[in-house]
Design a protein. Sequence first.
Length: 315
Amino acid sequence: MPDVKFALGTMGFGTKVDPTTSSTLLDRFADAGGTLVDTANCYAFWSDPSGRGGHSEEVIGRWLARRPGRRDQMYLSTKAGAQPVGPGDWPANREGLSAPRIKAAVEGSLRRLGTDRIDLYWAHMEDRTVPVEETAEAFGALAAEGVVGRLGCSNHPVWRVERARQTARDHGWAGYTAFQLRHSYLQPRPGAPVPDQSHRFGWVTDEVIDYVDSEPDLSLWAYTALLNGSYSRPDRPLPDAYDHPGTSRRLAALDTVAGELGVSRNQVVLAWLIGGQPAITPIVGVSDVEQLDEALAGARLRLPAEHRRLLDETA
């Protein structure tokens, strides 16, 4: 793992974050020793009048083309399965995870990124219209060809992940070794709808933690790790689903730790995720240099045992 143990989330690059700012953030991240860059072929179609997506990958590709030598430093993570491919409303019109769609998706990502390989390639969301065997074989073939390195899946239920992994083992194919879901220190009420979360199986649960902790080859990545700014920005209040006594108790614990260490809530959350068991790789989306610098400092923070115990034991 790199010294900077979080992935730079680039969902808004090329849409909400203009290309010049995006390039500046990539430069600063790389200069600080960052290596993990997370994107997807669909980012960010919902912010694009044409509804096509691909802007984030294009921005990263142009940045790499202007920075000779950076490609070997950066570990590129991108995804397939959720990009709109025709008329209609999303998610009904998403590309899905059939073998032909996966082949077309990876070719598009390679072209936009301007590279001949993807270091970590994800199945972005599950597709129950396609047999698990077809998707597993298609992803395994990409790994066998050297087009991708590791394979991962995002927003899948645990049983589907294990079925796909077992299918790959049975056939001698490369299988998923990374799992990506939403996770942070604060948790919503069980079953309560969260407005910015459309994936039914997109949450880290106790079962997920136990599963990943029991599988030595499987790592866990967490998106929305900082709750879209809700830990630190008054203009970004927590959704109603987080309105319960546990949130108040955990915020108090966060404030105690942050105050005693002289750091921010965001930095404590990142340190808690990275230093836990199992260790989690947060995906941190930023839109300016100040946010990035705060995240870089948080990723290097090591929580004393008594502070981690306070955070872990507060429910």
